[in-house]
Design a protein around this ligand. Sequence first.
Ligand code: SAM
Ligand code: NAG
Ligand code: NAG
Ligand code: NAG
Length: 248
Amino acid sequence: MRRCIKLVFGSLSFIVALIAIGMGYLKLDGISRQKLFASVMYTMSDPNDTRIMNLRCNELLKHSTVKGHVLEIGAGTGINFPCLHNNTNIESYTGLEPNIHMHSYFYKFIQQWDIPYEIRLSNNSATDMHHIEANSVHTIIMTFVLCSVPDPLPEKVLLEAHRILKPGGTFIFIEHIAANSETNPFTYGFQKAIEPLWFIIGDGCQFKPMTHYFDAAKNVYSKVDYEYIDLPVPLFMIKYGVKGKLVK
Ligand SMILES: C[S@@+](CC[C@H](N)C(=O)[O-])C[C@H]1O[C@@H](n2cnc3c(N)ncnc32)[C@H](O)[C@@H]1O
Ligand SMILES: *[C@@H]1O[C@H](CO)[C@@H](O)[C@H](O)[C@H]1NC(C)=O
Ligand SMILES: *[C@@H]1O[C@H](CO)[C@@H](O)[C@H](O)[C@H]1NC(C)=O
Ligand SMILES: *[C@@H]1O[C@H](CO)[C@@H](O)[C@H](O)[C@H]1NC(C)=O
């Protein structure tokens, strides 16, 4: 059975690699890839998808949890704003979004609300937040970002986040993760087989275990909590998730 899975996915990987090389040949360069990804994200970010919005708004971004000066890592198209626009505990919002092709989608999406706090969006990467003062942020939010941050930079993101958080401040997140290769060899094999294509279409996204970053964060944060969750998405290979909270 295991050998059979290996054979099937070995062949699939080969085909995927050929397609990926083909796409490279078509000179899908960094800029058009970022543009493509921004429009894909915009199409996929559906504020009417009640199951994923319920996860975002009622499980992660509750009004009682998200407060004060808020920083969002990888703000994307602003899809977390249905959860944030009328949160009266927020004093200010800063979004980091290095893909500048997302910015116009972001502004267009959030203009439907009359948001009472100041909003900033910058093109900085979360791996270097030197422009943000230490101990200045109450809440950091991050949804589905770390898969596109190459190793070992996610650890740097968590350290930078720790530096800018106020003592007692919280960092809450949901991430896609790789399936467990022992308990879910089929999904894991499929994820690894399509990864070269996924990487190109998904702006550098890779299937990773993720939790080792959060385990390592125990050395600096006062509290680290996370749990595995099933994401309410239609594609089986992206339904593995982790949801958690780090406290400075
Ligand atoms: C899959 S999208 C998710 C967008 C949105 N947070 C959501 O929940 O739908 C990942 C986003 O993270 C951004 N991103 C990638 N690397 C980043 C980094 N180093 N710092 C900040 N954002 C980053 C990408 O540009 C992209 O907009
Ligand atoms: C969401 O639903 C509302 C009301 O039915 C509709 O006006 C809006 O266009 C929908 N938005 C999207 C992105 O589908
Ligand atoms: C905030 O707005 C959402 C719709 O975007 C609504 O479901 C929710 O009840 C509102 N919450 C408050 C506290 O006004
Ligand atoms: C990123 O933002 C900085 C400061 O606002 C700006 O000078 C720079 O041109 C921006 N980069 C891109 C690629 O737009």
